[in-house]
Design a protein around this ligand. Structure first.
Ligand SMILES: [Zn+2]
Length: 372
């Protein structure tokens, strides 16, 4: 028997990946008496009640597997780790028994799928969705969907995303308020010039969606960097401000690229593409909890396509030109970044979607070099 009742709460024997090492550890998992915490303890310490708890997560932040699913039972932990069923043949059955006895509630998707009214809607929706995806492709459907997400849901998704990267990787910026304000104001002025120019050239052009600039100190692996999260939050690292201390137009250029991702709603489109059904069902029933639940796991591996990067680069070039700044500042940024990464050693970035995770290949350099 892999579950045990020896001290109150039912325990589950499982494998735990801590999100840093590829090696799984055998653990006991159980929920605290009030059900609010998931606790993990090394398996070997069964006889030792006082042994240290290896990890502890708020159970509402854990993405629990759905019982309807046939695949391996896996729970995604908020720190990027994962809890998997025991490899023994009865591992899955034990997991399900444990979940039931622990009073774990099904995720919202499963509960809403059990309501017949919603099943009908979902079936129609999925059929319509599949048909559109067949005809126009999933990226097209995601593009249409991204524009339809209600503002309140978009705000919730974006603030959860920012919360998550803050918890996982970022620290408060050490830049002075004056420095932060200067960069914010400089960017606002460039945005304003760009809007005026666009309004003259294409009167019906959509205005830039709302964006918010955040200053943060990142871990070493993030280095001089900036990234745009789904929904319009842009994070700029102190290391990038330092790297461009004598040429602040570089910061403006990188932020203009990130604003390109915001303008084209790349983050939300990518999130919808990844959680297609969850996202589009959300559009219909106004409940984005399924998309929200998958957000942490998604953020850690989401990567903009070359096409999205090209669109953002084009946006940066136009915005810099509108402001009278030579787009060649971007070439100088690539040079500095390469030198920085060579000197410090390049760690794998925890956020593939961040600017510095994309190589400064020849095509990009030529693109910015060609501009006056
Ligand atoms: Zn980018």
């Amino acid at each position: 028997m892999s579950t045990s009742l020896w001290c109150g709460e039912p325990r589950l024997r499982a494998r735990w990946f801590d999100g840093r090492s590829a090696q799984a550890q055998a653990v006991w998992a159980w929920l605290s008496e009030d059900g609010r915490w998931l606790l993990l303890q090394a398996l070997a310490t069964e006889s030792n009640e006082g042994a240290a708890v290896l990890a502890r997560h708020a159970s509402r932040d854990v993405v629990w597997p759905e019982r309807l699913r046939h695949g391996e039972r896996q729970a995604l932990l908020p720190d990027g780790g994962m809890l998997c069923e025991d490899p023994a043949p009865e591992g899955r059955q034990n997991w399900d028994d444990w979940a039931r006895r622990s009073g774990l509630r099904d995720s919202l998707t499963v509960r809403s799928m059990r309501s017949w009214r919603l099943v009908g809607v979902s079936v129609l929706l999925s059929a319509g969705l599949l048909a559109s995806a067949w005809v126009w492709g999933i990226p097209w459907v995601a593009q249409q969907g991204a524009a339809l997400i209600p503002a309140a849901a978009e705000q919730q998704i974006s603030s959860e995303a920012l919360d998550y990267v803050d918890r996982m990787w970022l620290k408060p910026s050490t830049l002075s308020e004056a420095q932060q304000e200067l960069i914010t104001r400089r960017l606002a002025a460039v945005v304003r010039r760009d809007e005026i120019l666009r309004a003259g050239l294409e009167p019906l052009a959509e205005p830039l969606p709302a964006y918010r600039l955040h200053f943060r100190a990142g871990p070493k692996a993030l280095g001089p960097n900036a990234f745009a999260l789904p929904g319009g939050d842009i994070v700029l690292t102190d290391a990038l401000v330092e790297l461009a201390a004598d040429e602040p137009d570089i910061i403006t250029g990188v932020l203009a690229h990130e604003l390109g991702h915001v303008r084209h709603r790349h983050g939300m489109r990518l999130a919808l593409q990844a959680g297609m059904v969850a996202g589009v069902s959300g559009l219909l029933v106004g409940d984005f909890s399924a998309l929200l639940a998958g957000l942490p796991a998604w953020l850690a591996q989401a990567d903009y396509s070359r096409e999205f990067e090209r669109e953002a680069d084009l946006h940066a070039r136009q915005m810099l030109q509108a402001a009278g700044i030579s787009p060649r500042v971007m070439v100088r940024f690539f040079e500095r970044l390469t030198a920085y990464q060579r000197q410090r050693g390049q760690d794998k970035s925890p956020l593939p979607m961040a600017f510095a995770s994309h190589p400064a290949h020849a095509e990009r350099i030529a693109f910015f070099n060609a501009a006056p």
